[in-house]
Ligand binder design. Sequence first.
Ligand code: AMP
Length: 421
Amino acid sequence: MDTSVHENFHALGLSEVLLADLTKAGYTSPTPIQTQAIPPAIAGRDVIGCAQTGTGKTAAFVIPIIERLAVLPKGQPQALILAPTRELALQILATIEKLGQGRRISATAIMGGADMQAQVRGLRQRPDIIVATPGRLLDHMWNGTINLAPIKILVLDEADRMLDMGFAPQINQILDALPEERQTLLFSATLPADLTRLVQASVNNPVRVMVTPSATTADGVTQALHHTTHDGKADLLVSLLGQEQDTVLVFTRTKHRADKLGRVLGREGHKVAVLHGDRSLSQRRAALDGFKRGSFRVLVATDIAARGIDVANIGHVINFDLPNSPEDYVHRIGRTARMKTTGRATSFVTSEDSLQLRAIEQLLGHAVPLAPGSASPTFDSRGPQRSARPAQGRPTGQRDRRYAGHGAPRAAQPVQRTPGN
Ligand code: AMP
C-alpha cells in the first residue's frame, strides 16, 4: 500500500481536536498499521489487523474509536476492548486517556488482580470505553455489574495471545453476550489456524490489514553472535550472566525449554522468572511484575508470551534459541534499548542454525558481528551451504546434563513461582 498519500494524520480525515491530541502526544505521522486500519475503522468496517506490539497498533484502534464515539450520545459504555493481560489493558487505557482528552472520551479498566469494588465504581461513572481482560469481565457479567447491551464497537487485541493463554471459552461467552449488530476490530500478531474460528465468530466482511515488523532495529542495540553447540548453551548463558549486572530477557523456542532453563538458572543462584503460555495468569503477572520491579534479574520467555512486554531498562536480550522467523528476531531485540536507551542483543547460534541466521541477516541487511570472546564459528554461517560435518569440539552423544535435566534434584524448584489462580 502506498503510504505516501497518508504522510500525516490530516490525510486520514481526523478531527482537529484529535489531531491536537496526537500532536501533543508527539505523533506526527501515522505508522503503517495506522494508515491502513484507521480509514476503514472510522468508516465502520470490521478490521482484522495483523500487527505486533511496537507497530503503533494500539492507536490504530483507539483513534477510530475516539472519533466514532465522539459523535454518539454519551451515558453508556459503547466500546469494549479485550486484552490478554493487565499490563496491556493499562497501556491501552493510557493511550485512550492521552488521545481522547480533547474529545472528552472516558474509559475504565476491568482486570484481574485489582479491586472489584473500585471497578464497579468505575463502571458506575458510565465511561465511554471499557478496557478489560476476559476473566474479570466475565466476573462482572456474572455479578450483574456490567451490561454489554449498549456496546457498539468490540476490539480483540492480541487475539492470538488471548487464545494462547486459554481465554477462548471466556471470549466465546463474551461474544454471546454482545449485540450482534456491532463493529469488531481484531488485532493479532499472528493468524494461526486456531484463530480462524474466533475470526468467523467475531467479524463480518472484514478489511484485512497487515504489517510486518520493521527490519530496522533500534539504533541503541548492539547485536552480537555467540557460536556454540546445543549442549553448550546453558554454560554459555551462565557464564555471560556472571560477567554482567544487567537485567536480562532470555528467549527460548519452547515452553518446555523455558521451564528447564529457568530451573538451571535458579540452581545457579540467579533470581529468575519464567513466562510462557502454560503458566497461569497470576504466575505470569508475578513474573512480569517481579521482573519490572527488579526482584527477578532474569526473565526466561517464549515469543508469544513475551510479545507485549514493555519493560523499560532491559539491558540485554539473549536469544538462547534463534526464533523461527526473522521478524521475531527484530521483535525480540526490540525489547531492549526501548525509550532510546542502549542495550545489547546476543544470539546463541549452533551449526543447525545457519539457515535461520542467514534469513535474519538478510532481513537486517547486514551481518551480525561475533561477540567479543566468542569462539570462531564451527561452520560457515554465511556461506551458501551448511557444513555437513559435526561442529568441532561438540561432545557427540553427550547432552548438557544440567540443561537436559539429567541428575537434577527433582525436589529442587528454585525458580520462584506464585500460587496458581
Ligand atoms: P504499540 O504498538 O501500540 O504498543 O505502540 C508502540 C509505541 O509507539 C507506543 O509507545 C506509542 O505511544 C508509540 N506510537 C504509536 N503510534 C505512533 C505514531 N504515529 N507516532 C509516534 N509514536 C507512536
